[in-house]
Design a protein around this ligand. Structure first.
Ligand SMILES: Cc1ncc(COP(=O)(O)O)c(C=O)c1O
Length: 486
């Protein structure tokens, strides 16, 4: 298999547009441009290359979400998917762990989901009014997520996060939101403050900086946030004390899936809950990734914590543009009164609702074993990848619970150590080397998320994991043979 074809074009070395559009990944993108040329290339992508060249004439930057430019050697164009597999326009087949950035918990195009959407499409696409389906979905959420006493639907998790911040400020009359370095809360002005600050803006560890990765942000937006380090309970207590009486809410991904898949250490979530109760702040759990992947009650069930507000995205719609803000009656009071505005032409769109009802029923049908089942498959893959890494002398350290995990790739000379927060990760992660390995994996038919996250779906089987590891073996060999540290 190795050397089946020669690369027809020089690999994308990170053009100027890529660098500008992905400024928010500025810590890492510069390193990607250091990638050496990959000579051997089992899969080739001529049609995707052709489409991407064409796209640049009609689509700004050629893609519709900046992060898609990270895909090397070219942003791929897909034709169809089925279960755990997906096929691109060049006929290349992949075992997919990218899964629509984690939204496809049920795999690609499950028949029941497609039928549910098609049946609703024949009845009506959109009413901007009420329908029974929205009750069906809301009532299922109440049953599944204990803190979801009331819900409001949106089209994206970014919007649901915006609504949560506004609601918390209305409820408390305070302006500050406390967030953690490395936690991603959507691409809005507010969601991105302090997300993945380059080291030059870190400040001292006691008062992390709140830089914004995008230009065009009103300076004052940043001042509405206090940034803290993840997994440092005493530091968090000091940050809350420092801004006593001014913080409306603490927001977090209960497991920091967006950065190295770092789980909360013992007591971390309980301390957030305790501080929120003590100081009259709202606890916002952003479960956009963890929701339903960690079981019917999400990460809040998995880690046994009860937030005031929860953001649900991705798996709630199984690949349709659907999200929800849920909360306790008390926390949702200002939406009920209308003091905190929440709106949207396409909110509670019937196609998305039909999809969501099917998805939630699927999660319910899985029962309490759902996270363990995904974890078991994921851990098998993690162990297999680690073995391949050791066999080929690649410093890859898969990290995370299994149902989702991250490809930590150690920089040359860095010792392995616990990765507790974003700073640890940024200091250790060899982005250029991971990007090179990821490309080799892709060229052999294994697709992980561009930034290093792997997601397992309910459609993956033991056979898929075994097949993926077989393909990965070739990829590791090619990577080890063609990689040289800068
Ligand atoms: C934790 C978290 N919050 C919010 C978002 C934003 O979701 P969306 O892209 O649907 O707006 C994401 C997206 O990846 C996410 O991972």
């Amino acid at each position: 298999m190795v050397g089946r074809a020669l690369c027809p074009t020089a690999p994308n070395k990170g053009c100027a547009v890529t660098r500008i559009l992905l400024q928010w990944r500025s810590t890492f993108v510069a390193e990607i441009s250091l990638l050496p040329t990959v000579q051997l290339m089992p899969y080739t992508f001529p049609k995707s290359q052709e489409f991407f060249a064409r796209a640049k004439h009609s689509i700004a930057g050629g893609v519709n979400s900046g992060i898609r430019l990270l895909e090397q050697p070219v942003p791929l164009y897909f034709e169809r998917g089925e279960g755990a597999r997906v096929w691109d326009v060049d006929g290349n087949e992949y075992i997919d762990f990218q899964l629509g950035q984690g939204a496809l918990l049920y795999g690609h195009a499950p028949a029941g989901l497609a039928d549910a959407i098609a049946a609703q499409a024949k009845l009506g696409l959109h009413w901007a009014a009420q329908c029974e389906l929205e009750l069906d979905v809301a009532e299922r959420l109440q049953k599944m997520v204990p803190s979801a006493e009331l819900v409001r639907f949106s089209n994206s998790a970014t919007e649901a996060v915006m609504a949560a911040f506004r609601l918390a400020r209305t409820q408390t009359g305070r302006k500050l939101i406390l967030k953690f370095e490395g936690h991603y809360h959507g691409w809005s002005d507010e969601g991105l403050v302090g997300f993945a600050n380059p080291p030059s803006t870190w400040n001292d560890p006691e008062s992390p900086g709140h830089a914004h990765p995008s230009k065009g942000i009103i300076e004052e937006v940043k001042d509405q946030f206090v940034v803290a380090r993840w997994n440092d309970i005493e530091h968090l207590r000091r940050r809350v004390e420092q801004f006593k009486g001014q913080i409306a809410a603490i927001v977090c991904e209960p497991a920091m899936c967006n950065t190295c898949c770092i789980e909360p250490e013992e007591g971390m979530l309980a301390t957030i809950r305790e501080l929120c109760d003590q100081e009259g702040m709202l606890m916002i759990a952003d479960e956009t990734i963890t929701g339903f992947r960690f079981g019917a009650a999400g990460a809040q069930g998995y880690y046994n914590v009860r937030p005031d507000l929860t953001v649900l995205g991705k798996a709630i719609g199984g690949g349709t543009p659907f999200a929800a803000l849920t909360g306790t009656r008390e926390a949702m009071a200002k939406i009920i009164s209308g003091e905190s505005m929440h709106a949207g032409t396409l909110n509670a769109n019937p196609l998305c609702l039909a999809a969501s009802r099917w998805c939630l029923d699927e999660v319910l049908a899985q029962g309490p074993e759902l996270p363990a089942k995904l974890n078991q498959l994921g851990q098998k893959l993690m162990v297999g990848l680690r073995k391949l890494a050791d066999d080929h002398g690649v410093p890859l350290r898969p990290q995370g619970p299994g149902l989702a995990f991250h490809s930590l790739m150690l920089k040359p000379g860095k010792e392995e150590r616990p990765v507790r927060n974003y700073r640890d990760y940024a200091e250790l992660q060899d982005v250029a080397r991971w990007t090179h390995l990821r490309r080799c994996l892709l060229e052999e038919g294994v697709r992980a998320i561009e930034r290093g996250l792997w997601s397992i779906s309910l459609a993956h089987t033991e056979q898929d994991i075994a097949d993926a590891l077989k393909l990965a073996e070739v990829a590791f060999k090619r990577h080890a043979e063609s990689w040289t540290d800068a």
